[in-house]
Design a binder for this molecule. Structure first.
Ligand code: ADP
Length: 197
């Protein structure tokens, strides 16, 4: 069984953590654009040098660059039986790029997991993460910028997916395990089940 999933939610919604849990249980890779950019910045690659200032400012990397990276990643062998996208698409142009790429392969997204967390709660979690992890884009300014972009550009793409009937809105407030259980209940209702060990 294949599962082509997208997890979306505001910064600090816990989508990274939940994404890893879901992907592991379904035996599919997580494709996180933020992780790919951070790995390239750390490794000092050409791409890393190109995107460092952009990500530090909390701005979006150009769509063409991001979409090409995702296409390459989704073309690898381990993503053929499914994947969980985290951080992409995050605007309407990227939705178009992804649709086109998947349609070319006769594929489409099966479900969009929307983690619902109030802005006050995300801000609180992000401030804590900034203290604990010291990510270079977790400055007050970059956080505010990212949340603004989420609200103006990313939240609207959810409507596009709502129209396709593939959005599962999950209450993202609670314990990690409770939230994971809510996500699995929603996926199972779509016939997407854990791979038994
Ligand atoms: P967060 O969800 O906390 O904003 P991410 O790890 O998803 O963090 O992304 C970190 C940064 O990487 C973003 O602020 C942006 O600069 C860049 N980035 C990640 N995904 C995308 C994307 N889909 N399009 C453009 N830029 C992106």
């Amino acid at each position: 069984m294949t599962a082509r999933l997208l997890i979306v939610g505001p910064q600090g919604s816990g989508k990274g953590t939940q994404g890893v849990r879901i992907a592991e249980a379904l035996s599919i890779p997580v494709v996180s654009t933020g992780d790919i950019f951070r790995a390239n910045i750390k490794g000092g690659t050409e791409l890393g040098l190109k995107v460092k200032a952009i990500t530090d400012a909390g701005e979006l990397v150009p769509d063409a660059v991001t979409s090409e990276i995702v296409r390459d990643r989704l073309s690898q062998d381990d993503a053929q039986a499914g994947f969980l996208l985290d951080g992409y698409p995050r605007n309407a142009a990227q939705v178009g790029h992804l649709d086109e790429f998947l349609a070319g392969r006769g594929e489409k997204l099966d479900a969009v997991i929307l983690l619902d967390v109030p802005r006050a709660e995300s801000l609180q979690r992000l401030t804590l993460r900034a203290e604990q992890e010291g990510r270079s884009d977790d400055t007050e300014e970059a956080i505010a910028k990212r949340l603004d972009i989420y609200e103006s550009e990313t939240a609207p793409i959810i409507d596009l997916y709502e129209d396709r009937g593939i959005v599962d809105r999950i209450d993202g407030v609670g314990s990690l395990d409770e939230i994971t259980a809510r996500i699995f209940a929603a996926l199972e209702a779509r016939g997407i089940a854990r791979v038994s060990a």
